[in-house]
Write a protein that binds this ligand. Structure first.
Ligand code: NAP
Length: 256
């Protein structure tokens, strides 16, 4: 086992990370910051060319890992290529192109969004778990959303979630998928607590990325790198850090 092979050098300083959907947006910034912090980073990308471009754009030890989180064969092939892993960042995610009210939503849209934001997270996490279990400091970070907070939807998310605390019925597929991801975060944290894992969910804030369509041009959309910093903090948590939590990009706990 690598834990034994590393001996006293087995610190978090030389940890190895995988970021899914790291070819652009927040994922690219997470990969960039982990590499800048001296970690080895597998840049997950479903498209090899987009992934290569991202790797070329990152200073440090960044490696392309072709990984389509919706494709079981792709996940299995990627897992076979990674023989040591300390950090898994489940970042790949999609939203709805057309934000409709829940009363007008097509159930197919829920299936489409849940496939990537929920089911694929289970498939990817479970495929890489055997490798993560060999780490001395395993960490899983699930990229969620402040809009997934049920407290915010109910109008109770004051303070950190004021921006998301609107009693509307829009973006239901996306928001409820991330609420399911939050629950998965707690369930994984519980299941892996005795194995030294820290499993947490991040609300990266409203960011200038493709996910937001034209809204990314709004003045309220912040720098993706700022949201990514919150993921890096959770990825590098010390052994006495929290697990099973939901945190904003600035480290503030987010109400469920
Ligand atoms: P983005 O720029 O659209 O990036 C999404 C990434 O996910 C892309 O690399 C995309 O790859 C990848 N992806 C999608 N489906 C995939 C699949 N089947 N297999 C592998 N990769 C796949 O969006 P982003 O804003 O950076 O989103 C990153 C995460 O942050 C998401 O989980 C999102 O829900 C979350 N988030 C974003 C915001 C925000 O304001 N931006 C706020 C809260 C939460 P391709 O390039 O191949 O499509």
């Amino acid at each position: 086992m690598r834990r034994q092979a590393r001996g006293i050098l087995d610190s978090m300083d030389n940890s190895i990370a995988l970021v899914t959907g790291a070819n652009k947006g927040i994922g690219l910034e997470i990969a960039r910051q982990l590499a800048a912090a001296g970690r080895t980073v597998y840049v997950g990308s479903r498209d090899a060319e987009r992934g290569k471009a991202a790797v070329a754009d990152i200073d440090g030890d960044a490696r392309l890992l072709v990984l389509d989180v919706l494709n079981g064969e792709s996940i299995a092939a990627a897992a076979r290529q990674v023989d040591a892993l300390d950090i898994l960042v489940n970042n790949a995610g999609i939203s709805s192109d057309e934000p409709k009210d829940v009363t007008e939503e097509d159930p197919e849209e829920f299936r489409r969004v849940y496939e990537t934001n929920v089911f694929a997270v289970v498939a990817v996490t479970n495929a890489f778990l055997p490798t993560l279990r060999r780490s001395a400091h395993p960490r899983i970070v699930n990229i969620s959303s402040g809009t997934a907070s049920i407290a915010a939807s109910a109008g109770l998310g004051e303070g950190v979630l004021a921006y998301a605390s609107r009693p509307t019925g829009t973006l239901a597929a996306y928001r409820s998928s991330k609420a399911a991801l939050n629950e998965l975060t707690v369930l994984y944290a519980n299941a892996l607590a005795d194995d030294g894992f820290k499993v947490n969910a991040l609300a990266p804030g409203f960011r200038r990325t493709n996910l937001n369509g034209p809204a990314r041009a709004s003045a309220a959309a912040g720098d993706p790198a700022e949201g990514a910093a919150g993921a890096v903090r959770l990825a590098l948590l010390p052994d006495d850090g929290p697990s099973g939590g939901f945190f904003s990009w600035d480290g503030t706990p987010v109400p469920w």
